[in-house]
Structure formats: structure tokens, C-alpha cells
Design a protein around this ligand. Structure first.
Ligand code: SF4
Ligand code: SF4
Length: 495
């Protein structure tokens, strides 16, 4: 199943694994899972591409685990939001997230009883149809957990409409020090395999490919064992692996298109339309099966809490957990000369208020980095930024053009293609703020709009808006009877 070929995108002069920072750092690489039980949650109503859900609870109301506390307005491009703890709603207020999102949030004080909502029940002896599966995914509020936050139901529907040939499961978490997906795969491989089959059945394809890093042999072993364990329970699906070189940002869909299909996606191209494939992050796949088998909506996630001072944990935390409680739970030291990053060390965002900043559905890491007093020097034309830019930009030149106000020229140099990966700024020996300069400019050029309270505003995902790209795919389309699929589990069998 695993051939000799190792896929990757081209990076001009870059040597293999030059951005594999994990070999150079003392950051802990702990893969064990710890559970976090916060005393309170701050649950934003906008954690995804789309428009905010609307709170369905009132201050003073008692809520339980798995209860829907925010629902999409009819006809809006949104997903429901659920509580990950039981307790009392203490406030419904505005919050500002590090990514610029401003929205309403439901604040809940835990009663420490961990009471589940009566609707949460494991399924047993179930055979469900594609349309039932899609309904489960939609009601569970599942969105892409690899960073994009695109509602999974919209992705399924678009893949169906585009007539894709295969489902790709993205196991290429390439950000340094982030191991949450690795843990999900090795710990819950059966759920990933089953979730992939369910998604393939919903999309209407039989071919499933797992995209794995060539350096993470344990993932392949775990998935192969899971395939063997579940092999007798479904038929007609073919599994395959595509092994990728360990490069950052290999899991980004444009890099996958380039490496796997040799296609360079244009600004308006999608993986579905150009490569006839649909890509789901492995944690998203897990969430789908968790919803099917255990009846659990997306209300918690595994994320990596990492940094110096002995931190390096994979934790399972309810969505909405304040970052300060997350750090307390792993004894994270918040020295005054440390910076908290909401996300991983390359693409994450600096945050300043850990008491009032929660983790959301797309938060795969929280990182503590030591403040460095970085001096900025003139460009020495070393070319490192060019060698490391996955979008093949010339970041030093683009930055100079932007700083000189030569915006049209910067745009002609392709600035708006920047994916904010952070590689150029990391490697620049002159300490130039390349990423922040280019990414801010790119966002401006793309008319990036973050919805605050409107239910009609569009969210920018590049050169097209999400509502244009996915409009019409958000609500479950009619599924024909012959789309019925038999899912690979039997009565009472749970992992
Ligand atoms: S941040 Fe943008 S310009 Fe810099 S390396 Fe990444 S894609 Fe290229
Ligand atoms: S990495 Fe920095 S110093 Fe080197 S060419 Fe790019 S901007 Fe100039």
C-alpha cells in the first residue's frame, strides 16, 4: 500500500527538511493525552468560516454537556455551537479573538458534575444512509479542524456537486512542535478509518487516500492495523497511503495539489474542481465518527500546549476553555518575558488576554515562546526567504515594495498569494517582519472581511468569498435512495 515515492511541493533551492525545526529545539515532544476540566467556558458563536450562530440560551440557564447553545439563523451559512461542560450561563457578551473576529460568546460556569444532555447517546447496531450521516455532521457543528474552519457539510456537498473521485485524509500536521493530529491518529485510528469510510460514502466515492509524513511511521502502522480490524465490516472501499516529505506547510491544500497531482491551483481553483479530490483533516474525520458512533457534537478537541519551561502536552479540552485555565492545567509558566501564541509558533497569533481568550474549534495548539528582542537590519540579499516560500514569492522584495508604498508592484509580484505561513520571517537573518507585512497587505488586497454581527456579510478565503465558493452547498442537498451506505460498525461495538 505504501510505495517508495515521497511527495512534496518544489521549493527551489531548499534542502529537504530544512524547516523541520523540531530537531533543533528543546521543546518537549510529549504525545500523551491529558484531559482538561475547566471551571468556566467562553464559547464564541463564530469559530468557523461563515456567519455567527445565535445564542439559544439565556443568562441564568442551566446547560449540559453536548447541549446546543448557539444555532444558525435560518438560511445563514453557519453551524451550531454546543457546550462542553455542564453548568450555568453567567453571561452572553461580545468577545474579540486574536484572529480579529468579534462576535457574541456564551459564558458558562461549571457545576463540576459533568452532566450530559439526554440527547447524547451512543449508536449501536446502526446502518445509516448518506443523507442521515450528512444530517449528523451538520447538527454536530463539525468544521475543518486543521485551521480553515470550513463547515464540513459544505465541503461534503461541494465534493458531491463537483463529482470528486477520491477522499484524501490529511495527516500532514507539519507545524513545528504540534502533535495533536499525530496523537489522534495513533490513539484513535479506528475512528479515523471509519470516519473516512463514512465521508467517502457521503461524497459518493470508494477511494480513500491517507496523506502521511514519511517520518511518522507510527501513523501508518496504526492506520493499517485499524484497517485490518475493521476490514470485515464494509466492502468496496479501497485504502491507500501517499507518503510526503516532512516539509512545512505540506498539509496546506495548495501544496497537496502541487505535490500529489502536479497542479498549481489558480486563485479561483479548488481541489475539488481541479484535482477531483476532497481533503479532510484527520481530526475532522475523527469528529465525524465521534458524532456518528458516540452521538457527540464537536464540543471538545485535542490540541498541543507547548513551549519551554517543561511544557509539551497534548490535551483534550472543551471548546471555549480560557487559555489561562489551559496553561494552569499543564503547569505552564507565564513568565513576563514570554509571549502566548494562539496557535502554533509559525502561523499562530500573539494574544494578550489569556483569561478572556478561549480555544475554538480550529485551535490546534497554544504555544509559549520566549520574547526575543529582535533587531531589524537591512536586507543582505541572502535569498533565504525566497528559498523557503512555499508560494514561490520573493518576500524580501515584496516587503520592500509594500514599505515603499508601491502597492501595485507588490500585487504584481503575487503578494496576495501569501498564505501567512511564517516561513520567510523565521529564516530571515535580518529580522525583517516579512510575514506580517505581506500577510496584512494580502488581506487588504483580498478585501478580507471578518463578520462581526451581520448574518449576511461574506468571509474572505482568498480571491473568492466563502459564500460564493460554498453557497448552495451549506444545506444538505437531496440524497437519492441509492446513496444509502452501510457503515462499518455493528451493534454495541465501540472503541
Ligand atoms: S508568509 Fe507568505 S511570503 Fe512568507 S513564506 Fe509564507 S507564503 Fe511566502
Ligand atoms: S531572508 Fe531577509 S535578508 Fe535574506 S533576502 Fe530575504 S529579506 Fe533579505
Amino acid at each position: 500500500m505504501l510505495g517508495d515515492r515521497r511527495y512534496s511541493f518544489n521549493k527551489r533551492l531548499i534542502t529537504d527538511n530544512a524547516l523541520d525545526f523540531s530537531k533543533r529545539s528543546s521543546f518537549v515532544r510529549e504525545v500523551m493525552l491529558e484531559k482538561v476540566y475547566p471551571t468556566r467556558l467562553i464559547v464564541p458563536m463564530l469559530q468557523h468560516y461563515g456567519v455567527p450562530a445565535v445564542p439559544t440560551v439565556d443568562v441564568g440557564e442551566y446547560v449540559t454537556i453536548g447541549q446546543c447553545i448557539g444555532a444558525p439563523e435560518p438560511g445563514s451559512f453557519s453551524v451550531p455551537i454546543h457546550s462542553g461542560i455542564s453548568g450555568t450561563v453567567t453571561d452572553i457578551r461580545d468577545v474579540s479573538l486574536p484572529n480579529g473576529v468579534k462576535c457574541r460568546a456564551v459564558c458558562i460556569e461549571s457545576d463540576r458534575k459533568r452532566t450530559y444532555h439526554p440527547s447524547i447517546n451512543p449508536r449501536s447496531n446502526v446502518q445509516i444512509s448518506a443523507s442521515e450521516f450528512m444530517g449528523i455532521v451538520k447538527n454536530a457543528g463539525i468544521v475543518g479542524m486543521g485551521g480553515e474552519g470550513i463547515p464540513t457539510i459544505a465541503k461534503i456537498n461541494r465534493a458531491r456537486a463537483e463529482g470528486v473521485n477520491e477522499v484524501l485524509v490529511n495527516c500532514l500536521q507539519s507545524e513545528p512542535y504540534s502533535y495533536s493530529d499525530f496523537l489522534r491518529i495513533t490513539d484513535s485510528a479506528d475512528y479515523i478509518v471509519m470516519g473516512a469510510v463514512a465521508l467517502a460514502g457521503a461524497v459518493g466515492v470508494r477511494r480513500i487516500r491517507f496523506l502521511v509524513s514519511s517520518t511518522n511511521g507510527q501513523e501508518i502502522t496504526a492506520l493499517q492495523a485499524a484497517m485490518q480490524r475493521t476490514a470485515g465490516e464494509y466492502s468496496g472501499y479501497s485504502f491507500d497511503f501517499a507518503s510526503f516529505k516532512s516539509r512545512f506547510p505540506q498539509g496546506y491544500y495548495r501544496m497537496v495539489a502541487k505535490a500529489l497531482y502536479g497542479k498549481i491551483l489558480g486563485e479561483n481553483d479548488t481541489l475539488e474542481s481541479t484535482c477531483h479530490a476532497v481533503l479532510f483533516n484527520c481530526s475532522t474525520v475523527f469528529a465525524c465518527w465521534n458524532a456518528v458512533a458516540d452521538g457527540l457534537p464537536l464540543m471538545s478537541r485535542v490540541l498541543t500546549v507547548t513551549g519551554e519551561d517543561g511544557m509539551g502536552h497534548n490535551v483534550l479540552a472543551p471548546i471555549g476553555t480560557p487559555v489561562s485555565e489551559l496553561l494552569d492545567s499543564v503547569n505552564g509558566k507565564l513568565e513576563t518575558n514570554n509571549t502566548i501564541v494562539w496557535g502554533s509558533c509559525l502561523t499562530g497569533l500573539v494574544m494578550n488576554d489569556p483569561d478572556n481568550t478561549p480555544i475554538i474549534k480550529t485551535t490546534s495548539a497554544v504555544t509559549i515562546v520566549r520574547d526575543a528582542d529582535v533587531h531589524e537590519y537591512p536586507c543582505i540579499h541572502c535569498g533565504s526567504c525566497i528559498e523557503n516560500c512555499p508560494m514561490e514569492l520573493e518576500p524580501g522584495i515584496v516587503t520592500t515594495l509594500i514599505r515603499q508604498g508601491r502597492y501595485d508592484e507588490a500585487d504584481q509580484e503575487g503578494a496576495r498569494k501569501c498564505i501567512s505561513c511564517g516561513a520567510c520571517a523565521y529564516v530571515c537573518p535580518s529580522g525583517l517582519p516579512l510575514t506580517s507585512t505581506i500577510a496584512s497587505f494580502a488581506a487588504t488586497k483580498r478585501n478580507s472581511v471578518v463578520s462581526a454581527y451581520s448574518t449576511t456579510e461574506k468571509i474572505d478565503i482568498g480571491s473568492v468569498t466563502l459564500m460564493e465558493a460554498y453557497d448552495g452547498y451549506a444545506s444538505a442537498q437531496e440524497v437519492k435512495e441509492d446513496d444509502t451506505m452501510v457503515l462499518p460498525f455493528e451493534g454495541g461495538k465501540f472503541i
